[in-house]
Design a protein around this ligand. Structure first.
Ligand SMILES: NC(=O)c1ccc[n+]([C@@H]2O[C@H](COP(=O)([O-])OP(=O)(O)OC[C@H]3O[C@@H](n4cnc5c(N)ncnc54)[C@H](OP(=O)(O)O)[C@@H]3O)[C@@H](O)[C@H]2O)c1
Length: 254
């Protein structure tokens, strides 16, 4: 039986991964902060077909929270085959309007936690000759916009490097780079989205379906949606200075 651990598995993209894995009969481990919501979602996933759902309340901003998840991933008696580093949030403000502590929290969740959890999970996966790590990055990885984009660029670069390093081990790594996706993300960060055109929005289920298909195909990077495939491919031909200016003009709305 496949066992999958999903950080941020109680809402949005993480919940869509959990739903899909539950329907495939995976044993699930869900990580998030809110224990009541973890229990409610776990019950729902059992109803969808997950034979077992473990809940692991942890705040990935804290050393204690990260250590608890690392310990579960490194437990050789209860192997984890699939790690989805998905938990995340945005600050919804330009860098000069946030506190350094908030920026640090963002890096803890988007960079430090995925690095530490991947490090804990990989030795067992490699020894067993099977496994996968998906790091949920973003199309923001392709456009400079504050610490959030920088953290997502890290996730993209890290995953591409890992995918190459793991070749021949039976373990895969992939960065998932969604564009605007209907979840709780924007509301939580108080980000105004009424000006985002309808064609730019994706559903979390669609994002996850595409990601799992791309992982099966062995791709190191998954960009769901034809509109974002075109935009990210085109961005390679736009000089970095132009991308930064466009991004700065968008950030003035903050
Ligand atoms: N939605 C988009 O447009 C979009 C686009 C590109 C990339 N992404 C990326 O997709 C990932 C998932 O975002 P989403 O849109 O699905 O967001 P969401 O609907 O707000 O869900 C976030 C999940 O992460 C958990 N979480 C947040 N902070 C946490 C912490 N400190 N420790 C542990 N768990 C935490 C939340 O549960 P608790 O609150 O209970 O902890 C929740 O389960 C993020 O990495 C985000 O950057 C989103």
């Amino acid at each position: 039986m496949t066992t999958a651990l999903i950080t941020g598995g109680t809402a949005g993209i993480g919940k869509a991964f959990a739903d899909s894995f539950a329907r495939s009969g995976y044993h699930l481990i869900l990580v998030a902060r809110n224990p009541e919501r973890l229990d409610t979602v776990a019950e729902e996933l059992r109803g969808l077909g997950a034979p077992e759902v473990e809940t692991l309340p942890a705040d990935l901003v804290t050393e204690e929270g990260r250590a608890a998840v690392e310990a579960r991933l490194a437990d050789a008696d209860r192997p984890v085959d699939f790690l989805v580093n998905n938990a995340g949030f945005d600050l919804g403000k330009a860098f000069t309007k946030t506190s350094a502590e908030d920026e640090e929290r963002l890096l803890d969740v988007h960079v430090l936690a995925p690095m530490r959890l991947t490090h804990a999970a990989l030795p067992g996966m490699i020894a067993r000759g099977r496994g996968a790590v998906i790091n949920v990055a973003s199309v923001a990885a392709f456009v400079p916009r504050g610490t959030y984009s920088a953290a997502k660029a890290w996730a993209l670069s890290f995953s591409e490097s890992l995918a190459a390093e793991l070749r021949g081990t039976g373990v895969r790594a992939m960065a998932l780079c969604p564009g605007f996706t209907h979840t709780e993300f924007h509301q939580r960060a108080d980000i105004e989205t009424t000006s985002v055109p309808g064609w730019m929005w994706l559903d979390a289920e669609y994002v996850v379906e595409n990601a799992l298909r791309d992982l099966r195909r062995g791709l190191p990077v998954s960009v769901p949606g034809p509109q974002y495939k075109v935009l990210t491919a085109a961005s390679r031909y736009v000089p970095r200075g132009v991308r930064t200016r466009v991004s700065r003009s968008m950030s003035k709305r903050w």
